[in-house]
Design a protein around this ligand. Structure first.
Ligand code: PDD
Length: 287
């Protein structure tokens, strides 16, 4: 069976799904997005992603295309029609289609909504997590509103390509003070020399990762402590462990930074445990 996409109120074959050339997402990256993981066909961290979507849209004065409840139904229907059990759901909402002009169309136009669903090979992801991955560092060069999940991802795409070219899986942006902000598509964490978990606070110019937020909850439920403060790449390699979090990678152990081993250069017990606990919690709360 072929893939089905949702475009502005219609389910259409993936290969025939198109948007207008004057969609402002296409012309100005004037659009936001969300990504949900699917466990057994159910949406992981549903409320966290919906809340962030509403916030991203509101920061850009784009209307929610429909109510939360209606959107949840459409997302679930998209999953059902694609018959995907383990995978990802991608939602994009742009300001809409209007003759090209930098300023917003006045009166506002209808936001354009696109949903796609893709299958993920979870066995391959588990194998990757069991081995751990490498990251490279790149200079932070993004705009000042990385808290808004916009599709303006060119710096992220260039950073990810650098990682790929170096045989790594993720790139960590490093700010002017030498601290890691976040990954090109994930949040960054370490288990420092003293065994304390550390991840950057969200007053910094980073995305407020939903997986990060759920994991903070899981960490506290398990009586562990976490410092929400930044670290440098040198602190990461001197740390016991490092890992990244995102809807697509969950908790993914990092074993090297710029080719230098993190700790002993092996997947550590804390990241492995947190991966398991995160997945348990996400499965239990998926809808
Ligand atoms: N990426 N930071 C950035 C820059 C991201 O793009 C993402 C998510 C995250 C982690 O956020 P969350 O835990 O809510 O997924 C952090 C998604 C998965 C993507 O671009 O595909």
């Amino acid at each position: 069976m072929g893939r089905i996409a949702y475009v502005n109120g219609r389910f259409v074959p993936h290969g025939e799904a198109t948007v207008h050339i004057e969609d402002r997402g296409y012309q100005f990256a004037d659009a936001v997005y969300e990504v949900w993981a699917l466990f057994d066909g159910r949406l992981a961290d549903p409320e966290g992603h919906l809340a962030r979507l509403e916030r991203s849209l509101s920061e850009l004065s784009i209307a929610m295309p429909m109510s939360r409840a209606a959107l949840t139904m459409v997302l679930k229907e998209a999953v059902r029609r694609n018959r995907v059990s383990e995978g990802l759901v991608y939602l994009q909402v742009s300001r809409g289609v209007a003759p090209r002009d930098h300023a917003f169309p006045n009166p506002p136009v209808r936001p354009a909504t696109v949903i796609t669903v893709s299958r993920v090979d979870r066995a391959a992801s588990e194998a990757k997590a069991a081995k751990g991955v490498g990251v490279v560092t790149v200079a932070e060069n993004r705009w000042g509103r990385c808290d808004i999940k916009t599709v303006g991802l060119l710096p992220n795409a260039l950073a990810k390509q650098k990682a790929r070219a170096a045989g790594a899986v993720e790139a960590w942006f490093v700010d002017d003070l030498g601290f890691v902000t976040e990954g090109s598509s994930s949040n960054a964490w370490i288990v420092d020399r003293d065994g304390r978990l550390r991840t950057r606070d969200t007053n910094a110019n980073i995305l407020r990762g939903v997986t990060r937020l759920t994991l903070l909850d899981v960490i506290r439920q398990n009586g562990l402590e976490v410092d929400e403060r930044p670290f440098t790449p040198a602190e990461a390699t001197a740390a016991k462990e490092a890992f990244i979090t995102s809807a697509s990678s969950f908790v993914l152990p990092v074993v090297s930074v710029d080719g230098k081993a993190v700790g002993e250069g092996k997947v550590g017990p804390v990241a492995s445990r947190l991966r398991r606990l995160y997945i348990e919690q996400a499965k239990a709360t998926a809808i």
